[in-house]
Design a protein around this ligand. Sequence first.
Ligand code: FAD
Length: 394
Amino acid sequence: MGDLEAFREDVRRWLVSNAPASMRQPLTNPDDLCWGGRKTRYPEDVQRYLDVMAERGFTAPTWPREYGGGGLSKQEAKVLAEEMGKLRLRPALTGFGLSMIGPLLLQEGSEELKREHIPPIVQGKIRWCQGYSEPGSGSDLASLQTKAVRDGDVFVLNGQKVWTSYGDKADWMFILVRTDFEAPKHAGITFLLMDMETPGVTVRPIRLISGSSPFCETFLADVRVPVRNVVGKVNSGWMLAKALLGHERTMIADVFKERNDAQRLVSLARRHLGEDAGRIADERARDRVVQVEMDQACLDLTLARSRDNQKAGHKPGPESSIFKYYGTELNQRRRELMVEILGPQGLGWEGPGFDDDELKITRDWLRSRGNTIEGGTSEVQLNIIAKRVLGLPD
Ligand SMILES: Cc1cc2nc3c(=O)[nH]c(=O)nc-3n(C[C@H](O)[C@H](O)[C@H](O)COP(=O)(O)OP(=O)(O)OC[C@H]3O[C@@H](n4cnc5c(N)ncnc54)[C@H](O)[C@@H]3O)c2cc1C
């Protein structure tokens, strides 16, 4: 216990003297986080914060030191998170490297792949994207058709991926390809790592209902990827694909915690619906706000318990579908309630008559529709929960 208190003291002092003061503000939007990578330049203080945190391994606190991680124990990582919380410090880095491919490589990658890819993830030097979905393969992901044909020590890739989040900003993609066309569909898939700069890769952004273009179509024409970039074994990619989805689904549910919207929903309701003895005046709205916040508190606690288990070596399994389903549906309820509370002010898209906060609430509400689709739809999560968590018959 004494050691942990000494660690706390050391970490607090280190954070105070190394983290730029401008990073001590709660984030309202995960898009404002630093995603690292070769293609984006960040403000000087954001980059400095990333560099100092990465140097100490604090961007991936529990990952092994030999790959650049912090090497912290579960308790030490918790202390670090608590001290960052007290200083209102945002995470120095986010992205699919830290949340998806990094954890998978640590679990299943060869020593060579770990040494090559984990340190640049920890340092935020390489940004990753996910090449799973195809125009004809979303929920039924195992039907994917992107072809990879072996030619000596490379695979030659041809096909198309779709809904590649931030594909235009990413440096590398983890991609599922079909390497055996005769085998049953789950048995012919390989998990590969592909540099987005490889000749033959073309990325085209897709514009969404919310007005932004966070994801892309990715076209592959005779793209040559070294065989050494296979994670696991050739034709055994499906197990890895599912393991990674476990990380992804937990991460999607977790993202909404960081938004710190609790006070915002309450204060929004007070401001727009009035107060009665310090409470939200409208009784029905008050009930709904309280219900959302109670449900959020339950989800946060359950996620924290699951994270503790993961740090103790438990891999996220089909129960990550519960977090994904509940977190994204809850987020939609929150966003809808915010728009309802705003009334006509929640219907703005742009122009005069609406302030920035109001426009953002409308756009966040529209964006929340996609959360119940990405990483597997709500219907698909319910199927997984029914079959693999509850053991119900087909
Ligand atoms: C914001 C966002 C970001 C994304 N980012 C990425 C990314 O970075 N990389 C990537 O590879 N993909 C990404 N995706 C794609 C996402 O994984 C797919 O959209 C998702 O898996 C659904 O596939 P689909 O769109 O083909 O829909 P379909 O599979 O065609 O589904 C259509 C409808 O049918 C329902 N349905 C399908 N099968 C069943 C079933 N068996 N039982 C009950 N209902 C069913 C679905 O629930 C859905 O309502 C992203 C999607 C979104 C919205």
